[in-house]
Write a new protein. Structure first.
Length: 317
């Protein structure tokens, strides 16, 4: 899928490059300041600890000077505090990077209207995602949450990790991108397409009483890979054997990797794309930022995600 049509024009790119040049100058200055601030801050901490240790020596037994119980606690506190001091001394680069990212993303995603960026919050649409799509999770983690509108429809896109705690080892249920959107034509009930695995089948055996029934697409490859479940067989069957089957087949080519999942519930549609990449982050503050290497792939990923969503939301029309 080509993302050429989503790339900013030359004037916008020129402005982005100027922002990157300014960031690079500040990043290098921040890196230089970190090189002297880290040893300075840690050195000051050592002097403070030594000074306090000398004060403790005044009231300590001669045989316990420097190594009394209070001294040991002081050294331990100084050791633990050194981590906080290191983070404080080296935080300039990360703050600078976050500031540039917040400025650049609305510009490079100029094809998204009313763009809103959030981080580490629970997306508003997540509560409406049918639980059967991801399984019985009891822990969740969200990173970037991006909302806005594109091509006449609103969406909420977020990076999510969901897992279930099981004894000593956690069971990962999903790790990737979820896109929530309004369907062109609402589906009367719930229809989900999940990956057919033993874990999923076991989960469905637990929730069999909810009324979700299995339907098949009639395409052998899809029926072996996917488990289609619905509370409205009559309305779901034409979609599963028609447009949903076509969309899942196309998704396999458009988004290589682990199979995508789809959930429809009334007017709400959800597209789940497993992928462990961190999509919308700039490189680490010690890496030079480059427009073609770091910004263009970000635009291409967003363009692909929204183009796929635009297709999936038409299921049932």
């Amino acid at each position: 899928m080509s993302a050429a049509g989503f790339m900013p024009d030359e004037a916008v790119v020129a402005g982005i490059r100027r922002d990157i040049e300014a960031y690079e100058a500040q990043r290098k200055a921040a890196a230089r300041s970190v090189r002297w601030r880290v040893p300075l801050y840690l050195g000051l901490l050592v002097l403070v600890v030594l000074g306090l240790a000398m004060v403790l020596n005044l009231g300590a037994d001669p045989y316990e000077q420097w190594f009394s119980t209070l001294h040991i606690y002081l050294y331990l506190a100084g050791f633990l505090l050194s981590f906080a001091v290191y983070v404080l001394a080296s935080s300039a680069g990360g703050n600078l990077q976050a500031s540039l990212r917040d400025k650049l993303l609305p510009i490079v995603f100029g094809f998204v209207q009313d763009l809103r960026l959030q981080k580490a919050v629970t997306p508003e649409s997540f509560a409406r995602l049918p639980r059967a799509t991801v399984g019985n999770y009891d822990a969740s983690l969200f990173d970037d949450v991006i909302s806005g509108s594109y091509d006449g429809f609103s969406f909420e896109l977020y990076e999510a990790a969901l897992w279930r705690r099981s004894g000593k080892a956690d069971v990962e249920l999903f790790d990737g991108v979820i896109v929530a959107f309004d369907m062109v034509k609402p589906f009367d009930g719930t229809l989900i397409a999940t990956v057919r695995t033993h874990a999923v089948m076991s989960f469905f055996s637990e929730i069999f009483g909810t009324g979700l029934k299995e339907v098949r697409s009639g395409v052998q490859e899809l029926d072996m890979a996917y488990d289609f479940r619905t509370g409205n067989v009559e309305a779901a069957q034409p979609l599963v054997s028609g447009q949903m089957a076509q969309a899942l087949t196309w998704l396999k080519e458009a988004w290589p990797g682990e199979p995508a999942r789809i959930a429809l519930k009334g007017k709400d549609g959800f597209l789940l794309l497993p992928d462990k990449r961190n999509f919308f982050e700039l490189p680490a503050s010690n890496v030079p930022l480059d427009y073609k290497a770091h910004i263009e792939p970000m635009i291409a990923d967003m363009a692909t995600l929204l183009a796929i969503t635009a297709l999936v939301r038409k299921i049932g029309t």
